[in-house]
Design a protein around this ligand. Structure first.
Ligand SMILES: Cc1ncc(COP(=O)(O)O)c(C=O)c1O
Length: 352
């Protein structure tokens, strides 16, 4: 606290990101990064962009990237918005589209940045409980609200809703914006982007941080009809006109265009996930079904705090979320098979 703070700063509960320690030989399974990294074509494009044009501001709207994303989905570039990570895209979305008289709805167990944005922008919200199997139940969203945001697949549970459920939600709330946060969709979910032309109330948000291995570059985007995208542009241009620098724009376009690299490494991660789930179950874990690049697992006999601490002693990081319903769970990012094997060996030792 300081007497120099604006009043809103005193009331904030900032998001706590997963740690990024520098430890030799660390097996880092705590922040859902991609173990394979970006396409070599993205790295080459970034290197090539390191030249004297860096003295000039970048194109302010990320036009080439918006064109590439739009072309893949048969959309107009005006229906795509890009930002500095999907966190920034989400922040603008909360401010531009989700503040209404009635509360914003989102699951009680979900991306913990959502309540933080609500605090920052003074948005009233109501958490809708996941069911006893930790799944989102669309019927529970049949209540008066100002807007809805859902990650699909959800985080940190990893569970995905079918597209038909998202469509039902859109039809049940024609006068509210419905945001689908698809940070993990490429690992087995069904994207709602094909519904964008049909539903003026739909905004879909995706990221380059997970399936494209570019968490360090900070690129996210939103897809929706023009009035929604215009709202995001208005907030962006009242905040920071140049969210994507020149290197980022060059790297992101090349990463987007390298579909082979993208698909191949998503498939590798999905195969490793299924192997890890089976092995964790053999060790006595209950693992929720996952359509993401992480699993949410609970051990019948050993507490998650203790397990996370024991793993950390062995230079293996996983994520634990405090909270009544998440207390017993570990969220484990899918690494390479070698990393998953190190995790399993360590767990065998700890549980013996
Ligand atoms: C559900 C969800 N949405 C959005 C993000 C933000 O990702 P980024 O800002 O790296 O694009 C994350 C990051 O972990 C996430 O889990």
């Amino acid at each position: 606290m300081s007497r120099f703070w604006s009043p809103v700063v005193q009331s904030l509960t900032p998001y706590v990101a997963g740690e990024q320690p520098v430890i030799d030989g660390l097996v880092k399974l705590n922040t859902n990064e991609n173990p394979y990294g970006p396409s070599p074509r993205a790295l080459a494009a970034i290197s090539e962009a390191v030249n004297d044009t860096l003295r000039l501001y970048p194109e302010p709207t990320g036009l080439k990237l918006r064109e590439a994303i739009a072309a893949s989905h048969d959309l107009d570039p005006g229906e795509v918005f890009v930002g500095n990570g999907s966190d920034e895209v989400l922040a603008h979305t909360f401010q531009a589209l989700l503040k209404h008289e009635l509360p914003l709805l989102f699951p009680d167990i979900t991306y913990s940045f959502y309540p933080t944005y609500c605090g920052l922008y003074g948005i009233d919200f109501r958490e809708v409980l996941l069911d006893e199997k930790m799944q989102v139940r669309i019927e529970d969203y049949r209540q008066p609200c100002g807007a809805i945001i859902l990650p699909n697949p959800n985080a940190p549970t990893g569970s995905a809703l079918p597209l038909a459920a998202i469509e039902a939600l859109l039809q049940e709330h024609p006068d509210q914006v419905v945001v689908i946060d698809e940070a993990y969709v490429d690992f087995g979910g069904e994207s709602a982007i094909p519904l964008v032309q049909k539903y003026p109330n739909l905004l879909v948000v995706q990221t380059f941080s997970k399936s494209r291995g570019l968490a360090g570059l900070r690129v996210g985007f939103a897809v929706g009809q023009r009035p929604l995208i215009d709202a995001l542009e208005r907030v962006k241009d009242s905040f920071n006109s140049y969210p994507l620098d020149r290197l980022t724009q060059a790297g992101a376009v090349a990463a987007w265009e390298d579909q082979d690299w993208f698909r191949k490494h998503c498939d590798l991660i999905v195969a490793s996930r299924e192997r890890l789930i089976a092995a964790l179950r053999e060790l006595g874990f209950e693992v929720l079904p996952s359509s993401a690049n992480f699993v949410f697992a609970e051990h019948g006999e050993r507490g998650a705090v203790e397990l996370a601490a024991e793993l950390r002693k062995r230079a293996i990081l996983v994520r634990h979320f405090r909270g009544e319903r998440t207390e017993n769970f570990l969220r484990i990012t899918i690494g390479t098979d070698a990393e998953c094997n190190k995790l399993l060996d360590a767990l065998k030792q700890i549980l013996a």
